[in-house]
Design a protein around this ligand. Structure first.
Ligand code: FES
Ligand code: FES
Length: 149
């Protein structure tokens, strides 16, 4: 039995230690906001936070998250930074197809939690692992710059 803390709630789950966190979120708990893209930590669609740090949940086993607080796209709007990121995304109309965007928002929120005034280079470095096939990168950068914390 594994105990996981996700978005402030505790879950006791009968799951294998080596199950990827993404599988737990989507298939066991039905939290489908976190997306499956590549499964090999190359696209960023599955990004969640572990104690506020952005990680790829497709390559993170439940064993590796023991005792850490997990935040997903379903919970990020309850944080001050996450709420501002979501508002900026709406204001700047960042989203195109949307598939990559929960991962983009999670990476942006993690960046802004560490660095409230990131430069273009800081943004590009922090967001480099989040691929958008619709090419929304310019609006993502604009939205991040528009946020004041
Ligand atoms: S699905 Fe995890 S990085 Fe692509
Ligand atoms: S908005 Fe379509 S992949 Fe990013």
């Amino acid at each position: 039995m594994k105990q996981l803390t996700i978005n402030g709630s505790e879950y006791n789950l009968d799951i294998p230690d080596d199950m990827p966190l993404l599988w737990v979120l989507r298939d066991v708990l039905g939290m489908t906001g976190t997306k499956y893209g590549c499964g090999i930590a190359q696209c960023g669609a599955c990004t969640v936070h572990l104690d506020g740090v952005a990680v790829r949940s497709c390559q993170t086993t439940v064993d590796a998250v023991d005792g850490q607080k997990i935040t997903t796209i379903e919970g990020i709007g309850d944080t001050a930074v996450g709420a501002k990121v979501q508002a900026a995304w709406l204001e700047k109309e960042v989203v195109q197809c949307g598939y990559c965007q929960s991962g983009q928002i999670m990476s942006a929120a993690a960046l802004l939690s560490e660095n409230s005034r990131p430069s273009d280079t800081d943004i590009d470095d922090a967001m480099a692992g989040n691929i958008c096939r619709c090419g929304t990168y310019v609006r993502i950068r604009e939205a991040i710059h528009s946020i004041s914390l």
